[in-house]
Design a protein around this ligand. Structure first.
Ligand code: EPU
Length: 487
């Protein structure tokens, strides 16, 4: 198992490109199951979760149609070169997503809707809970059942069968206790593209990843409107075709780099940054004393920021597709900006509640918690999406953070500095929070189990090192051996 060894106290400085979004790419890859033609996706990040999805799609009858050079030891279906993946569903009889693969990646559930809609049958192992909470799929199943699917649970597998004439459009309410569901909306919206008649999803998730999926599906011939709002309308079509589509940049990766700059008193320029999907984050960071300056002609149009530099009210920018629109450039596409991130010497405390989009994203909560450990005063974070997503708190405390948890709220009393320590990564975003803390801390931090981080950040250590961080990936056993030798 790999471990990161981080020598803290280095300023991050330089330029980094934000990669394509993991959470947009996952349901988009699954959308290849909706057609027998080739779907090509660009800017697909080379992450463990994406490779698992490609492995799963291979098991579900999809073939890679792009020419990939062979890489030693890596199966052809999971190789990602230059971010391009072309998939074609060639064997529609293989419709069982097995537990062995689903348990490694919950997003496997996004294959359920597409297989059901196109093949009339799908069997997907029920995903279990994970480190961030129970993560039920009742809303996915409620939505697919409303389209006419007969759903049963046998031996831990969800089996869904379409009625004899295929799925039928209807009005579906997808709201749950914690708001809507991102992958549930993706599943129901994808399935409804091939249903007869019109489907209306009420209380749909408004996340940019849902918009991006809708844009891909429309490029494949679907008729979807309203994505990005709580009401999505889908007029069913008989068939979908292939498409060639570029995935939006990853807003969570962008937010993580912004916080890395702030915590190391750094100066980073992020290219391909989806600013229009990050308004709650930039608002919060600005309040904490972090400056996020878009470069180029739209620089004065960052709206909602409390800094005096950005008081000007500006026209609303619509969330735009990642598809190849030649008129959009880094200067005029609000989802692909270049931005410079710097910060005041003293970080200020803030109060933040995670919420569905356009609120502050739960996927940046752990990173923000790490940042606020260094703020000058008491900060409060309330988690409204996954109320138990606080496994990073105990690890941050091992580094000298002062954090008290009360239910789904934490109160962080800022300290002058964190102190390096061995810590354990528990999930993807918690790991990112610990890496940030390690880069800002005095001394050496060892982050164990970085395979969690690899699920969502591509070659993170190389990219951070190129920006000035002192961070190395080492094998846990080798590290133990070298420590024993030194003792
Ligand atoms: N929920 C239900 N029933 C359902 C589905 C969800 O009660 O059927 C609840 C969940 O327990 C949670 C809330 O609804 O309290 C929202 O969950 P959601 O379904 O939106 O989460 P998801 O679609 O499974 C995606 C991202 C997560 C991200 C959440 C919330 C992907 C692959 N995953 O998960 O990303 O935290 O939306 O924004 O898109 C990550 O990247 O680290 C990650 C965990």
């Amino acid at each position: 198992m790999d471990t990161f060894v981080i020598e803290g106290g280095r300023r991050l400085f330089g330029r980094v490109r934000i990669n394509g979004s993991k959470n947009a790419a996952l349901p988009m890859l699954a959308a290849a199951l909706l057609t027998d033609q080739t779907v090509t996706l660009r800017d697909v990040p080379g992450l463990a979760d994406i490779k698992n999805m490609l492995r799963l799609l291979g098991e579900l009858g999809c073939t890679r149609t792009d020419r990939t050079l062979s890489v030693d030891g890596e199966p052809h279906e999971t190789i990602i070169q230059d971010g391009v993946v072309s998939l074609r569903s060639t064997n529609e009889t293989l419709s069982h997503a097995r537990y062995e693969i689903v348990r490694t990646m919950r997003a496997s559930i996004c294959t359920l809707g597409p297989m059901l809609a196109r093949r009339g049958y799908a069997r997907v192992s029920m995903p279990g809970g994970c480190a961030i909470g129970d993560r039920p799929v009742d809303l996915h199943l409620r939505g697919l059942a409303a389209l006419g699917a007969q759903i049963t649970l046998t031996a831990g597998d969800i089996t869904a069968k379409a009625p004899p004439g295929g799925l039928v459009g209807t009005t579906i309410f997808l709201g749950g206790t914690f708001g809507s569901t991102v992958l549930g909306t993706a599943n129901v919206m994808s399935a409804a593209t091939l249903a007869k008649g019109t489907t209306i999803i009420e209380s749909a998730a408004c996340e940019p990843e849902v918009v991006d999926l809708a844009n891909l599906l429309n490029a494949m011939g679907a008729r979807i409107s309203g994505a990005g709002s709580p009401r999505i309308i889908i007029q069913g079509v008989a068939e979908l075709s292939g498409a060639d589509y570029t995935v939006i940049p990853d807003r969570i990766e962008a937010g993580t780099f912004m916080m890395a700059a702030a915590m190391t008193n750094g100066d980073l320029t992020l290219d391909n940054c989806p600013m229009d999907a990050l308004l709650a984050v930039t608002y919060c960071l600005q309040a904490a004393g972090v400056h996020v300056h878009p470069l180029g002609s739209l620089a004065s149009t960052v709206h909602g920021l409390p800094s005096s530099n950005h008081r000007q009210r500006t026209p609303a920018l619509t969330i735009t597709s990642g598809s190849s629109d030649p008129s959009r450039t880094a200067e005029n596409d609000p989802m692909r900006r270049s931005v410079r991130v710097t910060c005041d010497r003293v970080l200020r405390p803030v109060e933040v509640t995670t919420q569905p989009h356009p609120g502050f994203p739960t996927d940046l909560q752990a990173q923000l918690a790490a940042l606020l450990c260094l703020a000058d005063g008491n900060s409060v974070i309330t988690e409204r999406i996954f109320p138990d997503r606080f496994l990073h708190v105990a690890e941050l405390s091992r580094m000298g953070a002062k954090v008290i948890r009360q239910g789904s709220t934490i109160v962080i009393s800022g300290v002058r500095s964190l102190v390096g320590a061995p810590v354990m990564a528990s999930d993807l975003r918690a790991s990112a929070g610990l890496v940030l803390a390690g880069m800002a801390a005095e001394g050496t931090t060892i982050v164990n189990r970085v395979y969690h981080l690899d699920r969502g950040y591509e070659r993170m250590e190389d990219r951070l090192r190129s920006l000035g961080a002192a961070i190395d990936r080492v094998d846990e056993k080798e590290l133990a051996a070298s420590e024993a030798a030194a003792a």
